[in-house]
Design a protein around this ligand. Structure first.
Ligand code: GLN
Length: 261
């Protein structure tokens, strides 16, 4: 089995190691004997959406987002069809903002893909911190780093998670990110997926199921290093006791998925 991973505008949308998400998707497939083909979808390249299984969009400066927004205008319809057909998308920060109707920067209104009925407004004072979430997509806490001026308002959509510590979508609610069909939007860099392998496997499973049906169940991986790294971050941010409790949930999550498999 093989998945095609499209990386949208790597020359514009790639901040704080977002490219590492691609490496993680690829390696976690290969460790299971599955194949991954990564297609860098640079500005102006022909994009065959029908062949894609997963799309990654990373973060970007307001300036680079402005350019990306112009080019994305040309693929809006096909991108939307991909999403409505169950295509898997991970959009981080600037990429997340561009999934919505618009991002109003300090001096311009950038049109988004309009796939989600959400919007983003620039406000002075960047939201910068390490963040920990409780997300239904992972039994372990989700950890990452955020750095943005935009505040994203997601209306009635489900968030990626609830903020345990950090700032999230607006800095004023406890919501972080968004979920819609097989789309995950988030402010979390880090990069997100190597730090949170359960989210990576969630995305891979959705993509495998869409392409191959029931065969798309992933064998569990040991994830010992990932577990230790996650525990360290959670303990630093939330204190030792909470960290230990969450660690137990993480281990239970691995046992559960092994039993399922
Ligand atoms: N330029 C956007 C903002 O500051 C997104 C930044 C990012 O992708 N980290 O809100």
């Amino acid at each position: 089995m093989k998945l095609n991973i499209g990386y949208f505008y790597p020359e514009l949308l790639n901040l704080y190691g977002d490219r590492g998400n691609i490496q993680c998707l690829k390696m976690r497939l290969q460790w299971r004997g599955l194949q991954a083909r990564v297609l860098p979808l640079t500005v102006g390249s022909q994009i065959g959406f029908a062949g894609l299984d997963l799309i990654l969009m990373g973060g970007g400066s307001d300036r680079d987002q402005e350019l990306a927004s112009r080019y994305l205008g040309a693929v809006k319809q096909e991108f939307r069809r991909f999403v409505e057909d169950g295509g898997v998308v991970l959009a981080v920060c600037g990429g997340y903002q561009l999934l919505g109707d618009y991002y109003r920067t300090k001096d311009k209104k950038l049109g988004g893909l309009g796939i989600l009925d959400i919007y983003t407004e620039w406000e002075p004072g960047r939201l910068v911190c390490n963040t920990v979430l409780d997300s239904p997509l992972a039994s372990a806490p989700v950890v990452g780093f955020e750095n943005h001026s935009g505040r994203t308002f997601i209306g009635a959509y489900e968030p990626l998670g609830r903020v345990l510590t950090g700032l999230g979508n607006t800095g004023a609610s406890d919501l972080e990110g968004v979920r819609y069909r097989n789309v995950v939007g988030t402010y979390l860099h880090g990069p997100l997926l190597p730090k949170n392998p359960q989210i990576c496997d969630f995305l891979l499973e959705r993509a495998l199921e869409r392409r191959y049906g029931d065969q798309g169940i992933l064998a569990p991986l040991p994830d010992e290093m990932e577990r230790l790294a996650s525990r360290e971050i959670v303990q630093r941010r939330l204190g030792r006791r909470t960290g230990q409790r969450m660690q137990k949930n993480f281990i239970q999550g691995i046992v559960d998925s092994a039993e399922k498999g």
